[in-house]
Write a protein that binds this ligand. Structure first.
Ligand SMILES: [Zn+2]
Length: 274
């Protein structure tokens, strides 16, 4: 029988072991569940989701989502390499899909598995709008926000982590995973991230879009359009988890010049505005 003291000790040890410094945020973050366990599970859930969805192939819009996604991913690689983190994304298996669904949403699962719903396209409008949302969602994944949320809920739910957090196909773990990422049967019903995670994703997203050659100040237009899209009955999914308020917009206005300055270090001098 394990004593309370032993449990505390092993838990402390585990927490100590699992703190990583995130290269995007510079913060020590709790990673109770390593990527080597999360990614295979995310990839499986993603494939399952696609097999049950109406994936749009071969249209100009689908191609645009893929092109923008590739540019944002390349920007992330360049940025990380410059920061001394070459190889940080080696286990990522980037994939970009457009799904025919009126839900106003987009998301990026751990390991770079991205979905845009056609319902968000009237708001993103063109390439730069897609880049804004893509940069933001990819930023959540790169900053391990979902993982941090999962670690917290996992601690709560499991209480004691007996030195072995095997996700595998244990239904309880699958449930926790789905709660954390809002995927599987709950796709599109994403739990909101905290305000500080939203701000981080906004800032990192602006850097990525600027390095990818998109005008970061254009992000303001996107969030304004999100805001004015609210005047329906129910707010769109994306808006319910991403309230577009004046603070968000003024933060973006402040960070956009920094993002462009960063992009110039990579030789980017032209920024697309549409
Ligand atoms: Zn977000």
């Amino acid at each position: 029988m394990i004593s309370k003291r032993q449990l505390c000790l092993s838990l402390t040890f585990l927490l100590f072991l699992s703190c990583n410094t995130n290269p995007f945020t510079g913060k020590k973050t709790l990673a109770l569940v390593p990527n080597s366990q999360i990614f295979p599970m995310a990839f499986q859930q993603y494939d399952e989701f696609l097999s049950q969805s109406n994936v749009v192939k071969g249209t100009a819009e689908a191609r645009m989502v893929t092109n923008v996604g590739q540019k944002i991913a390349a920007a992330a690689e360049r940025y990380l390499t410059a920061q001394g983190y070459a190889g940080y994304l080696k286990d990522y298996a980037w994939e970009y899909n457009l799904v025919n669904d009126e839900t106003v949403n987009a998301w990026c699962m751990p390991g770079g598995k991205i979905v845009f719903y056609t319902g968000i396209l009237p708001i993103t409008q063109g390439e730069v709008g897609i880049a804004t949302v893509m940069g933001h969602e990819v930023a959540h994944a790169l900053a391990n926000h979902g993982q941090q949320r999962m670690s917290a809920s996992q601690l709560q739910a499991l209480g004691a982590v007996a030195g072995n957090v095997a996700l595998s196909n244990d239904p309880e773990n699958v449930e926790i995973f789905n709660q954390a990422y809002g995927i599987g049967s709950q796709v599109g019903v994403m739990l909101p991230f905290s305000r500080s995670h939203e701000s981080e994703a906004d800032k990192i997203g602006l850097y990525l879009m600027a390095i990818a050659g998109y005008e970061p100040m254009e992000a303001v237009q996107l969030w304004e359009r999100m805001k004015s899209n609210k005047n329906g009955e129910a707010p769109p999914e994306f808006l319910s988890t991403h309230p577009s308020d004046d603070t968000r917009i003024s933060n973006i206005q402040g960070w956009a010049p920094e993002a462009k300055a960063e992009a110039r270090k990579f030789g980017v001098t032209q920024f697309k505005t549409q």
